[in-house]
Design a binder for this molecule. Sequence first.
Ligand code: ZN
Ligand code: MN
Length: 492
Amino acid sequence: MNAGGGERVRPVIGMEIHVQLRTRTKMFCACPVEVGAEPNTRTCPVCLALPGSLPVMNRQALEFAILVGLALNCRIARRTKWDRKSYYYPDLPKNYQISQYDLPLNSDGWFELPTAAGPKRIGIIRAHLEEDAGKNVHDLPGGTGVDLNRAGTPLLEIVTKPDISSAEEAYSFAVELQRLMVYLGVSEGVMQKGQMRFEPNVNLHIEHDGRLYRTPIAEIKNLNSFRALRSAIEYELERQLAEWRRDHDYTLEKVGKINCGWRDDVGQTEIQRAKEEAHDYRYFPEPDLVPVVTDESWLEEIRSRLPELPAARRQRLMSQYGMKAQEAEQIVADRATADLFDAAIAAGADPGILTKHFISFWAQYANEKETTVAGLGVSGSAMAELVRLQQEGRVTATASATIAAKMVADPQRRPADIARAEGLEQMQDTSAVEALVEQAIAENPQAVADYLKGGKKSGKALGFLQGVVMRASRGSAPPQLVRQLLEQKLKG
Ligand code: ZN
Ligand code: MN
């Protein structure tokens, strides 16, 4: 951070993340998990907390949570239990949340975050299961209402060590973690739907005049976009530094921990209340649920479902196909897209040409349609066929892009048929290419003059003329041949 004034300032950031698991039903009852249903129609006596109703654990949620624990290199508890976390809020009908207190399912893990300076380990303190609350719906004609459709939705709460050292790092950690959840298939991870919510806790360690000052730890509640996460941390760090600089009295010892909200409209954090400690929640064991015992064979079975994770996949694409880091990153970003790449390779595509296709036009078309490459609906075998056409010299790279656009428009059409039907096959007839070259020279005297003058402008002029010929041939003239003929005729 920009400090000055003889201070050494170090941001210290930890993160709490709530991940909504994509189970069919809720954590402790059979109600469906569904966003956007008519309020209070996805409820039953259990999630409405009617007297005498009893919770039953969702086994799928537990297996999803274990899968995450394994991917985060956690210790998986052989015996874990449920606890009641008591607090009062209108959207919490039981007046307690079923969570896990002293025996979390997953603990002591780490996540390897790729950074510019190489991989960095972010410690994972715990990842436990709990249920979500309902929602207060404000600004209704009659006042505020409560919708309990979300009450009882399975949540995984992941808590990191304060190993993150900048807003930017927090941002990339959040992006990577979301990607991991989607790869594992345990969450849709859609931030706008609140399926992942981030709560960073941030403060500063400031060395000044031989003393170490620590500013109050601020927990910023419920951030649900990556951008908000980064901005909120940036703002809060600046705010704390300014506050501390006034009289060096703004410290953790004097102020304690604080809770903040983030006002996205004004770009500021807002202090809400003194933070509660664990003893305020009166945790005690949930008497209505038996402890969960995970045995070795069950764990092994779940471990066998672990897919290749993003970091390993990136590494493999680089070492196996000689991709650049940025190319591998782009392909791995979306799991379905990375699967499609592998499918095209399996269908015989040359990795080098396929990578170029993915990074250039497939990515561009996906962008234009606001989807992923996989979302374009073109099959891996069709992509491989296009690569083969280019590799065999039947179409040029330029024509490949044109053919690909037509494949996007109609994913059922095969590239070879498109090439033939649209006259995009590479011109094999040298005299036809020659005619186009002569025409380009005749119609562009200025470029010809520039070329003949030599020097800096010469190369540019040649490139320009080549472009004219390529366009005239609709990308089907062999670029090498065009260049060769141009040079021959211009010099001759
Ligand atoms: Zn229910
Ligand atoms: Mn929680």
